[in-house]
Ligand binder design. Structure first.
Ligand code: IMP
Ligand code: MG
Length: 175
């Protein structure tokens, strides 16, 4: 069977949800500046759209961590491949993720980032697969909770493909 993508969350629904998250963050951080940390590569589409919907001053930084191999299976390793350029000292940090699955990447990362003395730190994810959690993480902003399916699009890849899809889809026809 050929690989096909079935739409799970439409472009319109993703856009509307990001607008909503942007409004919530703008409310919660009134009078402050937020420092968005984009976890590459998956969160890059989400962080750009989210940043545009936040009305308080925004700064951004990028970090790359890997915990996954090339397919849908975890390699079991969390590694900082690219660290942040700027200090977190005194900043209101929001870590922006594409998806929280086991929570392993995030629980490791939050521990590392907390040590850098931010004024505050919260976590925002577009997607959440709560059923898969093995590592507890406190998530402040969640776009959608989804069932345990491997999803692509809006930054999420399957073997580096499909990141550019403007919606969230499920890959069908693969083992
Ligand atoms: P965790 O450490 O298990 O929470 O893994 C989180 C990372 O795994 C995410 O940031 C994604 O890069 C990747 N990931 C987990 N589930 C999916 C999925 O359904 N599609 C694409 N990537 C995923
Ligand atoms: Mg990711």
């Amino acid at each position: 069977m050929a690989e096909t993508i079935k739409v799970m969350i439409s472009e319109e629904d993703v856009d509307a949800k990001i607008r909503e998250l942007g409004e919530r963050i703008s409310q919660d951080y009134q009078g402050k500046q937020v420092h968005l940390i984009c976890i590459l590569k998956g969160s890059v589409f989400f962080v750009c759209e989210l940043a545009k919907r936040i009305t308080v001053p925004v700064s951004m930084d990028f970090m790359s961590v890997s915990s996954y191999g090339d397919g849908t299976k975890s390699s079991g390793v969390v590694r900082i491949a690219k660290d942040l350029d700027e200090t977190l000292e005194g900043k209101n940090v929001i870590v922006v993720e594409d998806i929280i699955d086991s929570g392993r990447t995030l629980s490791y990362l939050l521990e590392v980032l907390e040590k850098r003395n931010p004024a505050s730190m919260s976590l925002c994810t577009l997607l959440d697969k709560p059923e898969r959690r093995t590592h507890e993480v406190k998530v402040d902003y969640i776009g959608f909770q989804i069932e345990d399916k491997f999803v692509v699009g809006y930054g999420l890849d399957y073997a580096q493909k499909y990141r550019n899809l403007p919606y969230i889809g499920v890959v069908e026809g693969v083992e």
